[in-house]
Design a binder for this molecule. Structure first.
Ligand code: KG4
Ligand code: ZN
Length: 405
């Protein structure tokens, strides 16, 4: 076998990304062109603008990834691309480009599920560490591809719990839990928008929450009613439509639309709407979350800082409660938390200390690998490359592609 160089391409949402990864375990380059400034003024991703921006960025981003990896198209062994879930028009840009490249170079094409990519962001990092310490493959505990793991994928589009199992060189996934409505990242983005904070909301709330009292507003998450989900209701939002809920244990179902409404009610009850509206222009003019308490107070009253701290405390608490309950129930001792929201500082700290208390391991990707990137796509493609699981040139976008069963 040659070097095992895979070019990964990711364009499922608002990041155009390309990366070259060797044998699923060594990142030679990872280039991400973010469209945040394009979408920020709308407070969310505008699908048509996303497709247009991907079209503009795809060629320079792939070129930059090859240049940074110090290789040419002739050095590659395969092209991997995200085939779903995501925005149809956005996915199509990456897929069409990857197909053309694979066809022109005579390379195999590998289709990767975006959610599997997020899981492999953690595995990539662990394989990288094992290589660096020279422990790769020497003992099962040092090889990230031998132990099953409970994976929480928590991003702007998903809040899904999977049991990931190594199976004959590749991985298999079973869905354990999921959101029935909004994703956790979506709740962060909507709450930030409502409070006149920047887009995406996660990093803003993450930073501002450090200056507020997390117990000031007692938000609570009612347990999802078993009756509602057994009745076979279809999930209410697009984000939730990618997999069935009827057969899942209701204890592992998430719901984040209620807390968004509770924040809205709090804002109205405490007449914070005008104050939030006045903040939008100031935030757009200085698009970086305040880093000190003084800067934060200059932008938001203490009441808003307390509100975001309480919101975050409740969301992280709920993610923890259900993830650890699932780990308990499945006997999982290894937890992976990944996706954009896994960049959150409070989430990392609290998951880390709870895992330690329970004698479980919990691992996160680096911050750069938490949000969308293509290194995770190239890494997830490696086991498929070895197993010869290739896509045909009829590959097309599947906006609601599910992972596992
Ligand atoms: O994984 P990702 O880049 O894209 C999707 O697949 O959705 O995740 C983006 C989401 C956004 O909702 C963003 O607000 C959230 O991740 N996010 C965060 C943080 N950084 C990004 N949420 C909480 N804390 C953060 N530090
Ligand atoms: Zn993602």
């Amino acid at each position: 076998m040659a070097q095992g160089l895979i070019l990964g391409i990711e364009s499922s949402c608002d990041e155009t990304a390309a990366a070259v990864v060797e044998r699923g375990s060594r990142t030679l380059s990872s280039v991400v062109a973010s469209q945040i400034t394009t979408h920020a003024r709308y407070g969310g991703v505008v699908p048509e603008l996303a497709s247009r921006e991907h079209l503009r960025a795809i060629v320079p981003v792939v070129r930059a990834a090859l240049a940074e990896a110090n290789c040419t198209l002739a050095d590659l062994d395969a092209v991997a691309v995200t085939s779903g879930p995501g925005l149809a028009g956005a996915l199509l840009v990456g897929i069409t480009y990857a197909k053309a490249l694979a066809f022109a170079q005579g390379l195999p094409l590998i289709a990767v599920n975006h959610l599997e990519g997020h899981i492999h962001a953690v595995l990539l990092q662990q394989r990288q560490q094992a290589l660096a310490t020279g422990l790769a493959d020497t003992a099962p505990g040092n090889n990230p591809d031998t132990e099953p793991a409970l994976a929480l994928v928590v991003s702007g589009g998903h809040t899904h719990l999977y049991l990931a199992r190594p199976a004959g060189g590749t991985w298999s996934y079973s869905l354990v839990g999921r959101t029935v409505d909004d994703a956790a990242g979506e709740a962060y983005d909507k709450v930030a928008k409502l409070l006149g904070l920047g887009y995406p909301g996660g990093p803003w709330i993450d930073t501002l929450a450090r200056f507020g009292d997390p117990l000031a507003v007692p938000f609570s998450f009612a347990q999802i009613k078993p009756k509602a989900h057994l009745a076979g209701k279809t999930p209410r939002t697009k984000a939730a439509r990618t997999a069935p809920i009827a057969e899942l244990d209701p204890h592992f179902l998430f719901s984040f639309s209620g807390i968004k409404t509770a924040v809205l009610r709090y804002v109205e009850l405490h007449s914070l709407r005008e104050e939030a509206a006045a903040r939008i222009a100031r935030v757009l003019a200085h698009p970086r979350p305040p880093q000190t308490k003084e800067e934060a107070l200059a932008l938001c009253p203490q009441q808003v800082l307390d509100l975001v701290a309480s919101f975050q405390h409740a969301v992280v608490g709920d993610l923890m409660k259900k993830t650890f309950a699932a780990a308990d129930s499945l006997g999982a001792t290894r937890i992976l938390v990944t996706g954009g929201v896994a960049a959150n500082r409070e989430l990392r700290a609290r998951f880390g200390s709870e895992a330690q208390r329970r004698r479980l391991t919990v691992d996160f990707p680096t911050l750069a690998l938490s949000t969308d990137n293509a290194a995770m796509i190239a890494a997830a493609a490696w086991p498929r490359f070895v197993a010869g699981q290739f896509a045909g040139l009829d590959l097309t976008a599947d906006p609601s592609l599910a992972l596992g069963r």
